[in-house]
Unconditional design. Sequence first.
Length: 326
Amino acid sequence: MRFISALSLFLLGGFAFADDSTKLEKGTAHFRLVGNQDGIPERYRLAEHTFDYEMEPKLELSSTGVTVWHVRFPSPVTTEQKENNTVHAEYYRPKGKGPFPCVIVLDIMGGTESLSRLIASQLAQNKIGGLFVYMPYYGPRRPNGSSLRLISPDVKQSLDGIKQTVLDLRCATAWMESRPEIDSKRLGILGTSVGSFMGALTAEMEPKLSRVAILLGGGGLVEAYYDHPEAKTARKLWEAIGGTKEKLAKVIAPVDPITCAENLKDRKVLMIAAKKDEIVPPKAAEALWKAAGKPKIVWYDAGHYTAAIYIIPAMELVVEHFGAKE
């Protein structure tokens, strides 16, 4: 597997911008329900509907034949910020006719985009489509000069943003289904750090996502973070207004992947965790692992950030996971 070549393409060049003469492509995707919806909380349900999308070529990774497309479609949620009402994504299309598996890729908290682009490009080089989706208030979805973020001290705004994320990604799944070069029976989702929480939550609500990769994530958020040193100030403010650990657990439950982890038991799940993770406590990864039916989990002897030294073996696991036919 040529991970180093993918890294070189982004850091040193090796790509060409698309020919401006290529026309904008337009299409329609259909969001359809699958199976019984009883296990999906009301806040994450969507009615069957159609929506239009646009996609245009962005660049070509010339040494691999992978092409990158800018995809846009309307969010099923309307917010006060018009920029946030359009979902943007980068589609890394493998060379060839397909049909290929395809995976939604979600970014880290900082939203630097480089890691997700590397992951998506590596998937595409291995004949797996990568759809890097910008979550609400990330990249082009954040108004210029705005300090808005998906996760913030404003609890209601954060809860609303997470709901929008899940609904956007359910629509992104429908977009993948609509593409003739994508195998609609082999769809998945992958997230790293905060993206892993969003990915796990979305997979629980969208049964078409049959394969899931949770990188440096977990569940049982209140249990993991309430007494965490980094949460000391926020905890004191919460308790000053009469909050308790039990009350917070009820507030957070709708967005905690552990709440509906039962829905992951019929999926193919890969978890990658860090034994010394200072951001996502190992007990949070273990809690989600147990609640999801003890799927495959790989532990690296590293912290949240130093886990980057394992990116090559981690990507080998990811490619094997999403590329498997069974």
